[in-house]
Ligand binder design. Structure first.
Ligand code: NAP
Length: 256
């Protein structure tokens, strides 16, 4: 049966773990050739092995999304392997615990902590958009980009102001890119996951599972595959009229 991404070439950042890995696998299942990028060499090699073992075609590109030259290289290497980029999933990100002590309110956050958060979650998405869009304009024929925002891109969360600010920023970048490049056939959307079972949420869930689940109408964590399916669809031509959207996949969290 034909896949909904047949013939397309895709780039996934944060592809060595969690949501990015599940999405790389789902994209390949739907027929895309996938360039998998991440900080961690082991993570991307594992994802590439999983994709290729399932009959897909993928390559690993190690790189830091905060480094402009590395982002330019991710795009260049994808094009040199697959000839073009039709879809991109700008998903690499960090949570509060990766950049500083957890549980801090605004008056306790330090500038280096906040700067690190902004650099990965916001500047990283900006740099990816810049180089992916430049390539899509150069090759012609449009494209589809999905950025990973969060429910934190739509609501406030206590002790996560820096994370929330970056994810609201991702929603804004997504809307502006959608408006700027609609004329070129490039669609740009974001996915807004709720709480998903990945390495990023492990410690928080170990400590606060019951408190958080009390706010989730479906009363469970999502799994990365449930985000991947939404991203694959947004990258496909089936979503041809969708651009500038924030697509919430959160078990009802923001509806409650
Ligand atoms: P994850 O399993 O930790 O995956 C995130 C990946 O991004 C990791 O492999 C990480 O590498 C990589 N990364 C971090 N900094 C990077 C950098 N500077 N350059 C390149 N790669 C970098 O977490 P996840 O839950 O799948 O998160 C994926 C995205 O979903 C993030 O943007 C996150 O904010 C968002 N999100 C997650 C949830 C959730 O509940 N899990 C909810 C809403 C939104 P290292 O591990 O080597 O640092």
């Amino acid at each position: 049966m034909a896949g909904i991404l047949d013939g397309k070439a895709a780039l996934v950042t944060g592809g060595g773990s969690g949501i990015g890995r599940a999405t790389a696998i789902a994209m390949a299942r739907e027929g895309a050739r996938v360039a998998v990028s991440d900080l961690s060499k082991d993570g991307i090699e594992e994802t590439v092995a999983l994709v290729n073992a399932a009959g897909g075609q993928s390559i690993a590109i190690q790189g830091d999304v905060t480094d402009e030259a590395a982002v330019a290289n991710m795009v260049a290497r994808t094009v040199s392997a697959f000839g073009r980029i039709d879809c991109a999933f700008n998903n690499a990100g960090v949570a509060g615990r990766s950049v500083g002590p957890p549980g801090q309110r605004i008056h306790e956050l330090t500038q280096p902590t906040v700067a690190k958060m902004f650099s990965v979650n916001l500047m990283g998405v900006f740099l990816c958009l810049k180089y992916e869009i430049a390539q899509m304009l150069k090759q012609g024929g449009g494209g589809a980009i999905v950025n990973t925002a969060s429910i934190a891109g739509l609501i406030g969360l206590a002790t996560s102001a820096h994370y929330v600010a970056t994810k609201h920023g991702v929603v804004g970048l997504t809307k502006s890119a959608a408006v700027e490049y609609a004329q070129d056939g490039i669609r740009v959307n974001c996915v807004n996951p709720g709480y998903i079972k990945t390495p990023m949420t492990k410690e928080t869930m170990d400590e606060r599972y019951d408190e958080i689940m009390a706010k989730v109408p479906v009363r469970r964590l999502g799994v990365p595959e449930e985000i991947a399916e939404a991203v694959v669809w947004m990258c496909s031509d089936k979503a041809s009229f969708m651009t500038g959207a924030s697509h919430v996949v959160d078990g009802g969290y923001t509806a409650a």
